[in-house]
Write a protein that binds this ligand. Structure first.
Ligand code: SAH
Ligand code: MG
Length: 218
């Protein structure tokens, strides 16, 4: 498995995406030391651009980890948003609570400690402008089907880590490690589904970070 991007290019871009706060740098360090897979700086830069273009208010995130992407998006929107974010891992959830409090976004970011697959009732009454899918890679299609009706027309669904270190892009399953094959199969089905021409949405696959799918709901 390898980086999906050219190392030189990624380094170049990363050097040009600056931290906006001490808390950002601290979270990046914590994530590195504790091997928490937060979005890369180049992916974050694109997310910020997307929120400026689409100006979402109601945001839903699957996979909070320590709250990095949520806090960064909320910061970029100057707190003018309502983010619901879901995390099943208790240690990460508690860390996220701590960082969100320190960032001063307790009123804007609602973190829920539950498995996304059990979160149906939580998202039931929502209508979202932006959904960020960044949790278990084998279930993206399930997650997508859970939220699609809850996204407003003109809204955006972003899926992260779609290429999983380029493993997903192997032309043949036989060159994929056995324990990765379920993810390989399911992610390929998901990306085929997202990119099939249809009336409901339009998707572009972006080779940034670990791979990003940006879906526009028509
Ligand atoms: N969005 C974060 C990173 C999330 S990492 C950021 O960029 O800052 C992915 C997280 O999803 C992990 O913390 C993992 O515990 C969580 N996760 C994976 N599958 C999940 C599920 N089914 N329900 C809830 N959380 C899940
Ligand atoms: Mg991710």
């Amino acid at each position: 498995m390898s980086n999906i991007t050219n190392d030189k290019v990624e380094k170049y871009i990363t050097e040009r995406t600056h931290a906006v706060s001490n808390i950002q740098e601290e979270m990046e360090l914590y994530a590195k030391e504790n091997v928490v897979p937060i979005v890369t700086r180049d992916t974050l830069a694109l997310l910020k651009t997307i929120v400026h273009i689409n100006k979402p208010y109601n945001i839903l995130e699957f996979g909070t980890a320590i709250g990095y992407s949520s806090i960064m998006i909320c910061t970029e929107l100057k707190g003018n948003c309502k983010i619901t974010t879901i995390e099943r891992n208790e240690k990460r959830y508690l860390k996220a609570i701590e960082y969100v409090k320190r960032a001063g976004f307790q009123d804007e970011i609602d973190i829920i400690n539950v498995d996304v697959l059990e979160a149906g009732a939580i998202i039931e009454n929502g209508l979202y402008d932006l959904v960020f899918i960044d949790a278990a890679k084998g279930q993206y299609r399930l997650f997508f089907d859970m939220i699609f009706e809850k996204v407003r027309s003109g809204g955006i669904i972003i899926s992260d880590n779609i290429f999983h270190k380029a493993m997903v892009c192997e032309p043949e399953i036989c060159s994929v490690e056995r324990r990765q094959r379920t993810i390989y199969r399911r992610m390929n089905q998901y990306l085929d589904y997202l990119t099939t021409e249809n009336e409901s949405f339009y998707t572009t696959l972006v080779p940034i970070g670990d791979g990003l799918a940006i879906t526009y709901k028509r």
